[in-house]
Design a protein around this ligand. Structure first.
Ligand code: TMP
Length: 235
């Protein structure tokens, strides 16, 4: 597969065209941002960890019936993926209170919710990714009802699969954010699943093993990413 010119550079990844119009190459960076890009830094080794972790989880999800954009891991940092049109919704699932949910509802972090929640944010940094519901998504033509139904179904499956998988690694899946794309009329899982996009706490110690260490200046950021990667047991 021939790598062609850069199509786009995001906060954590670069995207390149290929000689196949249906396929792109994503290249994961060590760059980290928080608070809509206001806070900037580097997490050494993050790009390779997030690339390999995402692909590992996406393979697992494919087996459980969730279609993904994954085609082939090319090297430590780069993966060949299907070229999708991203649905501009951040889909967030929560199993425990944390982050903006805890703040908004005046709760401590780490309280188990009676059932998982799903919420949408409109993907727009200038507006700080505002919280919206499915009626807003329809009214703004961000997605159709059929697409929202598929996204909702897949998102809860992703949660079931990942929660069980991480539990086996001694990790509590607190919450996560995923994104979907349109590929030849079908909704498929795109973007990434990594410590950048999930809250992962050690089940025993409740130590944070995710990007909150960077967002909140908790220290040992690289160690946390490496610990998650080590537990995945990928060779
Ligand atoms: P929140 O509690 O800040 O709303 O975050 C919920 C989850 O979404 C958490 O696992 C972190 C993830 N997330 C992203 O992946 N990107 C973002 O821009 C934000 C704000 C959160």
């Amino acid at each position: 597969m021939e790598k062609r010119e850069q199509l786009y550079e995001g906060k954590a990844k670069k995207v390149f065209l290929t000689d196949d119009p249906d396929l792109l190459i994503v290249s994961y960076k060590d760059d980290a941002t928080a608070f809509d890009g206001q806070k900037k830094g580097t997490i050494v080794g993050k790009g390779a960890i997030n690339n390999r972790m995402t692909n590992h989880i996406f393979r697992l999800l494919e087996k459980e019936g969730v279609p993904t954009h994954l085609v082939e891991e090319l090297n430590d940092r780069e993966t060949l993926v299907k070229k999708v049109e991203i649905v501009p919704l951040e889909v967030i699932i929560r199993n425990f209170s944390a982050g903006s949910f805890a703040k908004k509802l005046g709760m401590e972090e780490g309280i188990k919710l009676a059932c998982p929640t799903l919420e949408f944010s409109y993907k727009n940094d200038d507006l700080h990714d505002p919280f919206i519901n499915s009626y807003y998504a329809l009214a703004l033509n961000l997605a159709t009802q059929e697409e929202i139904d598929a996204i909702t179904k897949y998102a809860f499956t992703v949660n079931d699969v990942m929660r069980e998988y991480f539990a086996g690694l001694g990790i509590e899946l607190i919450d996560f954010k995923i994104e979907f794309g349109r590929y030849h009329g079908q909704i498929i899982l795109a973007d990434e699943v990594s410590p950048d996009t999930c809250r992962l706490w050690d089940k025993e110690t409740h130590e944070k093993l995710d990007k909150d260490r960077f967002r909140r200046d908790l220290g040992n950021v690289e160690d946390a990413y490496q610990e998650v990667f080590r537990r995945l047991g990928i060779q």
